[in-house]
Design a binder for this molecule. Sequence first.
Ligand code: FES
Length: 506
Amino acid sequence: MTLSGKPTSFWLDSTLETEYPAFTEAINVDVAIVGAGITGLTAAYLLKQAGKTVAVVEAENIASGASGHTTAKVTSLHQLIYKDLIDSIGKEKARLYGESNQAAVEFVAATVKNEQIDCDFSRRSTYSFAESSDNLNKVRSEYEAAVELGLPATFVEETTLPFKIAGAVEFSNQVQFHVRKYLLRLAEIVAGNGSYIFEHTRVKTVEEGEPCQVVTERGNLNATDVLVTTHLPILDLGLFFAKAYPKRSYLIGAAISPEKAPEGMYIGVGQNYHSIRTTPYENGLLLLIGGGGHKVGAKNNTEESYLELETYARSHFGIEPNEIKYRWSSQDYVSFDKLPYIGKLTPANQHIYIATGFSLWGMSKGTLSGMMLADRVLGIDNPWADLYDSLRATPFVTQESIKENLDVGMHWIGDRLKGLQSSSVSEVTPGKAKLLTINGDKVGVYKDTAGSVHAVAATCPHLGCIVNWNSAEKSWDCPCHGARFDYEGKLLHGPAVKDLDKKMVQ
Ligand code: FES
């Protein structure tokens, strides 16, 4: 099966690889920040501006994880949410949700202006659209809810999309940008004068204390406060892995002439929706189309997800396979009550804070989290702190949380039976992978197209679920909380902090 496009994120491919040093010697700072995505770098930028010394510690390269694989829409229009929020938590809290995400949009715009960041920034409308009349009522309700909350909403029946829609809610004056250009500049501003960016330094754990100890694979650093901004916290104490579920989705980028390209940023509603926007590319534009979301580890044949995007690009935009320049995927954590968790790790922690559960809208909520975590450290009252309190009880009692945690329990028990009948590497054909049971151990075996065998322990080092094969990305993905590993066992994505052990098999 041949897929079109280079298998890498456009945001990463169109920026230079960073070369910040790895952590080498013990230091003391006011604030350590674990994870250099949009949340960590926004907080670091604000804290440094406020006179704090900071150290940002990143396991790989900065802005190369979730923030390097996003669609990079900064908006307070989150597909369909305001009607649901009014119904579930009431009008005042729904209003705060809209207000806080709008504040994040304006923060990005102001920072780009103040710091003169060259990041393909533009103000655009965002749209949640119903392609057919089936979902039109939902879009109308969302529009009415947004107007009720004072958000910049309009109902439209026509857009610049090259196909007919039944209707859309439009938010004006939102933001699109090149996320990595923006974040690389924030990192440049953070580094220096007693503050640091460290790359290729995996943090194993954080110990509360005065000061806190950030334990890395290369030694410890001391900090008065620690922000854990690793998408899903790498620290299990707060049980955030049980308050959100991991979702993967897919993106393609296709060259398109400006005359054929739509204006603005779009997301469909209903089943199998798509995300659409453009960004400057060479002498024209790159059309980004996203979709195909599924729970991590729930789908083996992930090539199908890219092929579905190719089909959609052809049927809706006339894009031919040779015009597709990029394909990549991304991961999100969806919180059970639709609100992110921003605040303390546990009630007992006085100096360790987290942010997670951005539910597919990480540009606005990541920025918002960075703003709010900086306020926590600086002792500034924040008007949205209660709404997003990381210690709120509700996540454990939603229908969604019960269903998802039951699902995790079933994986934990049921997946142990997978591959039970298979114990021979000869059953694996070149280019394929399989779970085998060898001497009672679960082993993940991938045979590359040249016939070389790559075998790893199939038990996730996070909490012991059995990983699943992801064929398009050649990775082992954990269906429980979304940890991912390459075919040689190297950790790609937390909450695990260790690789899968390599296995010798015959
Ligand atoms: S990510 Fe939690 S068990 Fe694998």
